[in-house]
Design a protein around this ligand. Structure first.
Ligand code: UD1
Ligand code: CA
Length: 452
């Protein structure tokens, strides 16, 4: 049977104390609701319906790329009311799974377990908690059959002792769900239409209610405040770190790496502490990432050494390259094999050829550099004239002396030597030496001015 997923995301999230709607708060740099949407996609959902309310325009704008239907719940009259709205957009012949926009870490394994074999039944995900206060309690009869759910605020003292609680996640056939929801009311302690009331109705109609549990309680934990968000972020990061180590990646401290995207890291990569990997990051075997390094949307080859405190964004680094410490690689930088970029070097939109070196204190922008070039300390490509950007071309085996400015557009021919302190404004022919400095003068017997 095809699956429809309804994601409830209408809640205000008052306790976040934020102008941002709750489901847009980021976990691993992506909105909470996007994690839930991705899970629904991975389950192979035929349709995904998001019930939105507070900050709906903001949510839709941020999630414009979702392949989903959006249903507005203008007033939040309860979870049952929200699902009724969602069902209006659903093919009722389908099976329907209810997820929550603020419960980001439910695994597809646990959901697939829930969805196993529930034809003509209602599948409910429950969990046993040491501290069940606040949750709806699962009521079972003496044959252990589920006969209802009682909310905390409606529960008797005896029912409050029950530690099996409702996660909120459930699945049923669309028609069954609709028929049951048509019969709920709001005569309860909170004056809300409870989704949970369908269970007592189903039990009375002899519809079987089957339960399954998540692999861990954090899978069904929701975010109501920033502390809970940070707690789930740590759990998520720990899970990623464990997976990386299982895959053969060495982490100096699994608690001090943050992965905010999708990474493809080969075995025998060593990652030191406080490293942040964002977006799509690929790292080849034998590579070492030093402490305090940020890598965003980049591909790094094998046996590369990235030393401490580098920031690397939208760059490609080939095998056997050395970078840092304190280097900044900006978008469209490509470091070819065996090249070396040292400390306090900024590179933007440039090719650094095979075996070339930019070791100290330089800015290289919009540059095409050949192989085996040596860039002296303090070299600057002057790529911007105040209005437009221009290109610098440096052919193979050029030696650029320290403190040189290359005023683009300019081409330096193969094997050129540029003497230190040059300002190069014209193209230089292959194999020449070029000097542009003011000749040195000496004045003997020079008296320094004296203070009056
Ligand atoms: C709900 C369950 C409770 C369960 C708990 C698990 C009901 C009546 N109770 O309680 O049994 O133990 O979740 O966390 O279902 N929402 C809407 N529209 C509404 C109301 C809620 O979209 O009108 C969304 C909220 O944004 C939230 C979710 O539904 O994501 C749950 O709502 P909430 O009010 O937090 O339910 P609980 O009282 O926690
Ligand atoms: Ca809640």
């Amino acid at each position: 049977m095809a699956l429809s997923v309804i994601i409830l995301a209408a809640g205000k999230g008052t306790r976040m104390k934020s102008a941002l709607p709750k489901v847009l708060h980021p976990l691993a740099n992506r909105p909470l609701v996007e994690h839930v949407y991705d899970t629904a996609k991975k389950l192979g959902a035929e349709e995904i319906v998001i019930v939105y309310g507070h900050g709906g325009e903001q949510v839709k704008a941020k999630c414009y790329h979702f392949d989903s239907k959006w249903v507005e719940q203008k007033e939040q009259l309860g979870t049952g009311h929200a699902v009724q709205h969602g069902l209006d957009a659903v093919n009722l012949d389908n099976d329907v799974l209810i997820l929550y926009g603020d419960v980001p870490l439910t695994s597809t394994d646990s959901l697939n377990l829930l969805l196993e074999d529930f034809e003509n039944k209602i599948a409910l995900m429950s969990v046993k908690l040491d501290e069940p206060t606040g949750y709806g309690r699962i009521i079972r009869d003496k044959h252990d059959k589920v006969i209802g759910i009682v909310e905390q605020k409606d529960a008797s003292d005896e029912q409050k002792q029950i530690n099996e609680v409702n996660t909120g996640i459930l699945a049923a056939n669309g028609k069954t769900l609709k028929t049951l929801l048509d019969r709920i009311d709001n005569k309860n302690a909170q004056g809300e239409y409870y989704l949970t009331d369908i269970f007592a109705l189903a039990a009375a109609d002899d519809i079987d209610i089957i339960t399954s549990h998540p692999s861990a309680a954090w899978e069904v934990e929701g975010v109501n405040n920033r502390l809970q968000l940070a707690t789930l972020e740590r759990i998520h990061q720990r899970n990623i770190a464990e997976q990386l180590m299982t895959d053969g990646v060495a982490l100096a401290d699994p608690a001090r790496i943050d992965v905010r995207g999708s990474v493809d890291i080969s075995n025998d990569v060593f990652i030191d502490v406080n490293v942040i990997l964002e977006g799509e990051v690929k790292i080849g075997t034998g590579t070492t990432i030093g402490p305090n390094v940020v890598i965003i949307n980049s591909t790094i080859g094998e046996n590369v050494t990235i030393k401490a405190n580098c920031v690397i964004e939208n760059a490609v680094i080939d095998n056997n390259v050395d970078v840092g410490p304190f280097a900044r690689l900006r978008p469209d930088t490509h470091l070819h094999e065996n090249s070396r970029v040292g400390n306090f070097v900024e590179i933007k939109k440039s090719e650094i050829g095979r075996g070339s070196k930019v070791n100290h204190l330089s800015y290289i922008g919009d540059t095409e550099m050949g192989a085996d070039v040596n860039i002296g300390a303090g070299t600057i490509t002057c790529n911007y004239d105040g209005a437009n950007k221009h290109k610098t071309i440096i052919k193979d085996e050029v030696f650029v002396g320290s403190d040189t400015q290359l005023v683009a557009p300019v081409t330096i021919g193969k094997g050129v030597t540029i003497a230190a302190g040059a300002t190069i404004t014209k193209d230089v022919m292959s194999n020449n030496l070029v000097i542009s400095r003011v000749p040195q003068r000496e004045i003997s017997g020079w008296q320094r001015p004296k203070k009056k």
